[in-house]
Design a protein around this ligand. Sequence first.
Ligand code: CTP
Length: 410
Amino acid sequence: MLVALGVTGGIGAYKAVEVARGLQKRGHEVVAVMTHAATKFVGAVTFEAITRRPVITDQWDPGANADIEHISLASSIDLLLIAPATANVIGKLANGIADDFLTTLYTATRAPVLVAPAMNSQMFSHEAVRRNLDRLAADGVRFVEPGEGYLACGWVGKGRLAEPDEICAAAEALLRPGTTLAGIRVLVTAGPTLEDLDPVRFIGNRSSGRMGFAVADEATRRGALVTLVAGPTSAPAPAVHELVRVRGAEAMHAAVMQHAATADIVVMAAAVADYTPTVVAGQKVAKADGDLTLVLKRTPDILKALGQRRAASGGPAVLVGFAAETEDVVASARRKLERKQVDLIVANDVSRADAGFDVDTNAVTLVSQGGAEDVPLQSKARIAAVILDRAEQLLLVRRAAPPTPDPLKV
Ligand code: CTP
């Protein structure tokens, strides 16, 4: 496979030489693309000698445009890996600025993009940088998190470029997607549901859809045929086998019941509204004096309905639900596991600021019949991988000993 290795102007640029070698050892071809600043840290000749290919350092190199090189490279690479990525380049990528070869290549390619940030810890935690990283994550860019430790600037903190081995392993995972879910049908729900009050108003919640999207993306990467039923979200949905957009809980219920009939694994990550207005006004409701009372009715509990249908007449081998908890996380999750007759509950402690709704990280407890497992704070992509690891194990168990449907149990 062909990897474009983008090297930008950080002290970690010397480690990119090891990354290039590591990728080659794994059997990949590497073409190095250096920003102007990167050449101040490491010579292009070093990369040329290692990769045995011309190194692209300038958009205006003679010959660089003979074949509109950034376009031809953009369509032939299997991965764009940027290591180290400075705050400056991250800012450009996040904002679509394409003023040199590397940033132009980023906007021109549709290959997966893996970014290994490296910078001073103060810079890494700066709001502007966090915003840009969030933006890139929402655009589908993957990251190799920087390590903690002694930084070249004398600070100790998070910002040091990840180790070359770790970067190569993350690249390998993107280059050679797994096949552990090949041929398996996975249904994932994500995002909020919005319950309309009138043509312009609705009741909603803060779910961004990112956790469900991460599960759908990871399942696709593992070879599954993924159907994603998503409520309205601003974060873009990942590329999946089938995307079904819905708005309210009723529509999500209908879509899930239909698609679950052929699914092997269902992961209900959506934050489904529990209540919806009893009437939806046809016209915008004008204000009047005094208070306004809204009457709400319960929506169908989709996951519970799936659990009941499976107990009565069979269904998906594995049912995974989510639970937003603020106290007694494991005990309440266990009650939900029983009540909804599901195999695994992913319990979110939503009282933490760095986990749950609308952030890129999450910390969860996985609760099953077998026990409870804490999964510490990490990216939603990695949490998704752990959830699917457990779902795969449950699938194996179920396939070995399928439960007999109990017609009396509803
Ligand atoms: N769920 C569902 N249909 C609903 C509500 C929730 O399928 N109408 C699913 C969610 O997608 C999630 C799980 O059920 O997988 C959450 O269960 P819920 O009982 O709503 O738990 P909490 O959101 O944690 O809320 P509460 O504690 O109030 O029950």
